[in-house]
Write a protein that binds this ligand. Structure first.
Ligand code: SF4
Length: 406
């Protein structure tokens, strides 16, 4: 049988106006890298991420100035018509910031709590409880986000000691996995004991190794029905980060595990933060879970495409679709399900173009300089001349207007 395994049945959690888990589609989220105390920069980046398609955006709340900025950031975004739920990322002093900045606690749609650094020894329980109590007061959900880089060392040591006394001990990696899972589950249990509903709890257990991530989430998913946030932590830069995240999350999603995803890419210096949103969308779309953008099928090109016309057209069409989507989404409902083929020569060009809603087979080296265009599987026209690319873009626009307009 092909296709993903039926999605795991997780309790739905409302994060602002966005549902995570339950019957909701898998949600795309992202995180800013601006100083949250810099209100204007943070507003700009959150708006960019939301415009790119991030359905939830997380911001760092690391000190008083950041916490004080949060309600202003939320208000400025709303004034610009950006109603994306904001999640506060808290470490070490979250209990203090949430208690001392009620407007911040109210403005955020969810609090991220890391049980590994919410406090140590006796203080841990008090400080964790304090954050849960604020969440209960403001009726906010939380993500209990365990990260192996900041794992609760007391719990890990306890499990290591118990394991050492076990007749058939587990490997160190397995004990660590168990500590990550227990840290999440015990914290969730504690939150429930403090009166938090299961519909207010999302869990994540992030590690940076692909195989370990798959193991830890598969195990966690089997042991609870909380909604799960997936992400490979510290995935890295460029192709490595994209491939590692896609491999790990793709396998888990195929197993029906995961209710919201974030791709943790390290941006190039000066790079565009929205890349992480694009990768998350592409992952969900190429696997058939959701549709965000029209799909452009393009062959890789080879020795039969010696001119740059083919690469330029493929890039132009993709860019045109990406930049037009914010407007088209409103104007042409359903356009995100469209497929476009841009093919380099006669070998696979006509065949692939016929499978797309609209496709063009460009002339390869040595072929007659003519480009047949196929619409809904039928040859519609043959384009000739120097401006084949512009003619095709016009045909795409006409096709969209005719099929999705009005
Ligand atoms: S369709 Fe033609 S140009 Fe494209 S990869 Fe195949 S043979 Fe090469």
């Amino acid at each position: 049988m092909s296709g993903p395994i039926e999605r795991r049945n997780a309790v739905g959690v409302m994060v602002g106006n966005v549902k995570v888990g339950g019957d909701a589609p898998i949600v795309v989220q992202s995180m800013t890298n601006t100083d949250t105390a810099d209100i204007q920069k943070t507003v700009e980046q959150v708006a960019d991420l939301a415009r790119a398609g991030s359905e939830i955006v997380r911001i760092t709340v690391d000190r008083d100035e950041s916490a004080a900025a949060v309600p202003h950031i939320r208000d400025k975004l709303l004034a610009r018509g950006v109603d994306v739920p904001l999640v506060g990322d808290f470490h070490y002093i979250g209990h203090k910031l949430l208690s001392e900045h009620p407007a911040c606690a109210e403005a955020l749609a969810k609090y991220r709590i890391n049980p590994g650094n919410v406090g140590f020894k006796a203080k841990r329980d008090t400080q964790f409880s304090q954050m849960i109590e604020v969440a209960n007061t403001y009726d906010k959900p939380v993500r209990i986000g365990v990260n192996w880089g900041s794992l609760d060392q007391e719990l890990l040591t306890k499990l290591m000691d118990e394991n050492a006394e076990n007749g058939s001990p587990w490997s160190a990696a397995r004990v660590q996995r168990e500590a990550i899972i227990q840290s999440a589950l015990l914290s969730a249990q504690r939150a429930e004991e403090l009166g938090m509903g299961r519909d207010k709890i999302i869990l994540s257990t992030k590690v940076s190794n692909v195989q370990h991530l798959i193991d830890v989430y598969a195990d966690l998913a089997a042991r609870c029905d909380y909604a799960l946030h997936l992400g490979l932590t510290e995935a890295g830069m460029g192709a490595k980060g994209i491939v590692a995240s896609s491999a790990a999350l793709g396998i888990l999603l195929q197993q029906g595990i995961g209710d919201t995803i974030r791709i943790s890419l390290t941006p190039e210096p000066g790079g565009d933060r929205t890349l992480e949103v694009e990768v998350a969308q592409q992952l969900l779309q190429t696997m058939g879970f959701r549709q965000f953008l029209p799909v452009v099928t393009a062959c890789p090109g080879c020795g039969r495409t010696t001119s740059t016309v083919f690469q330029e057209l493929a890039r132009d069409i993709q860019d045109h679709l990406n930049t037009s989507m914010p407007i088209w989404r409103e104007k042409y409902p359903g356009v995100e399900g469209m497929s476009v083929a841009v093919m380099g020569c006669i070998v696979n060009g006509p065949g692939e173009s016929k499978h797309a809603d609209i496709g063009i087979s460009l002339p390869g080296t040595g072929e007659t300089p003519a480009a047949p265009v196929f619409i809904d599987g039928e040859k519609a026209k043959t384009l000739r001349g120097e401006d084949i690319a512009d003619q095709f873009k016009l045909m795409v626009a006409e096709y969209i207007e005719e099929r999705f307009g009005g």
